[in-house]
Design a protein around this ligand. Structure first.
Ligand code: LLP
Length: 432
């Protein structure tokens, strides 16, 4: 009935997440509130990890892309699950380090890292710095030399695959701010330069072809292109690259009709391409890394809001206003992302209305979604917007000086706050 197996309806007709009554959660923690299900997050980590073990003979690492949802508790969970971590800013890195996440298992990304961020990464011994461009390579060499450290790096390569077109295309895509292009020779030049540096050690190559991708084929193609590039480096520069990071991007179900490829199938097919290509190209099988973000936390989260005004405009639409909006979920405003919603206190009623869920920000485009099937909403009802675990809290803002909601984690039938609700005082904390 629901998008995700961790959601259900109890005997009171209330929506449950991880077995916990969402109406009770709304009462206990007030709304809006993000709710995450720990069991599903851990299960997703374990599934990714076991398929890496199965298909890559344990020769790989799953790095959770923390941009999807970053706070201390999720870093603790990733540490306990023995995962690697992808961070993309000094802030994400600092959060991970603050709970003792092992620096050696962190990949540090970013297309414009500052000297301070690089220094933080080097001084804590971050495992891999994923270098985006020439000027970063140069700065990294100088900063490593100054700190008397060696920087273990991967180079971010644009494999020339655009997975976001309807039929993904294999050319173009050099127009991206991320990484070094293969087809112009830029990536090859960067490899030569990296190899020539004294304090930088080139360990691997990285690519990331996009996000919320449903097909397996673009991933297979990207792996093949990257391995061909590794073979070229080996043949022409006699330099062996031992690691391949294929990024994240696995799609999740936001709507019942969505049908993403099962991750196990992705792992199996891509691993076959890797094994086959390595044989054909006569290069050793690299250590393989992947960086799932959305697919680990997306389905594990929901957002609970209280319905305020219900505005029916005859012949036009019905606006159901909630006590949050683009400040806690900017994804509809940014990408027209679609969500399903349920009235948590009427979850067993039929969804016999179609509504627009509007936020409370002073902005017409502040919508959570349009044309959303919903039970008949009245002021005071609790709306659950589903699959909000990825890129909602992490992309939230204080627009209109609206305080950010708390994040509550449910686990084994209990719940606890893992990120506190912001207060009005928090909003003026940095004002002078
Ligand atoms: N690795 C790299 C280098 C990335 O750039 C990303 C996402 C990931 C891994 C994780 O991708 P995932 O498995 O979560 O798809 N704000 C957008 C998504 C931006 C993704 C950016 N990079 C959204 O809300 O849909």
């Amino acid at each position: 009935m629901f998008l995700s197996k961790n959601l259900g309806v109890n005997e009171d007709g209330h929506l449950t997440i991880g077995g916990v009554d969402c109406v009770k959660l709304a009462k206990e923690y007030a709304t809006p509130v993000y709710v995450m299900d720990e069991a599903l997050i851990r299960e997703n980590c374990r599934n990714f990890k076991s398929s890496i073990e199965k298909f890559y003979d344990k020769n790989g690492l799953v790095c959770y892309a923390s941009k999807a949802f970053c706070c201390k508790e999720i870093c603790r969970i990733m540490k306990e699950e023995d995962m690697g971590l992808d961070v993309v800013s000094g802030g994400e890195l600092f959060t991970a380090l603050s709970v003792g996440f092992p620096a050696a298992k962190i990949c540090f990304h970013g297309n414009n890292k500052t000297d301070d961020e690089i220094t933080l990464a080097l001084s804590h011994g971050v495992g891999r710095i994923v270098v985006d461009n020439f000027s970063e390579l140069e700065r990294l060499e100088n900063l490593s030399s100054k700190l008397r450290k060696k920087a273990n790096i991967m180079l971010r390569v644009k494999p020339g695959i655009d997975a976001h077109t309807h039929d993904f295309i294999k050319t173009g895509q050099i127009d991206s701010k991320f990484g070094l292009a293969l087809e112009t020779g830029e990536a090859f030049e960067a490899v030569k330069y990296a190899i020539s540096l004294e304090n930088v050690i080139l360990k691997g190559l990285h690519c990331h072809i996009g996000s919320q991708i449903f097909d397996i084929e673009p991933f297979e193609l990207a792996a093949k292109v990257m391995l061909e590039f590794m073979a070229k480096i080996s043949n022409e520069l006699s330099y062996s690259i031992s690691e391949l990071n294929l990024g994240g991007g696995f799609g999740i179900k936001y709507l019942s009709e969505h049908d993403p490829a099962p991750y196990e199938a992705y792992m199996e097919r891509v691993s076959k391409v890797i094994k086959q290509s390595c044989k054909e190209l006569d290069i050793p099988q690299p250590f393989v890394m992947i960086e799932p973000g959305r697919s680990i936390v997306g389905a594990a989260g929901i957002t609970l809001y209280t319905v305020g005004a219900v505005k029916e405009i005859p012949g036009v639409r019905t606006y159901v206003s909630v006590d949050g909006g683009m400040c806690d979920n900017p994804r509809y405003a940014l990408y027209r992302s679609q969500y399903e919603a349920v009235l948590a206190n009427k979850a067993s009623d039929p969804k016999d209305t179609v509504v627009t869920i509007a936020g409370k920000c002073c902005e017409s485009g502040d919508l959570i979604g349009e044309n959303i099937p919903l039970q008949k909403a009245e002021p005071g009802d609790i709306i659950a917007v589903l699959a909000t675990g990825a890129y909602n809290y992490s992309m939230s803002s204080n627009y209109n000086r609206i305080a950010k909601p708390p994040v509550v984690m449910v686990s084994k039938g209990n719940s606890k706050v893992i990120v506190k609700r912001e207060t009005l005082d928090d909003l003026i904390r940095n004002d002078l």
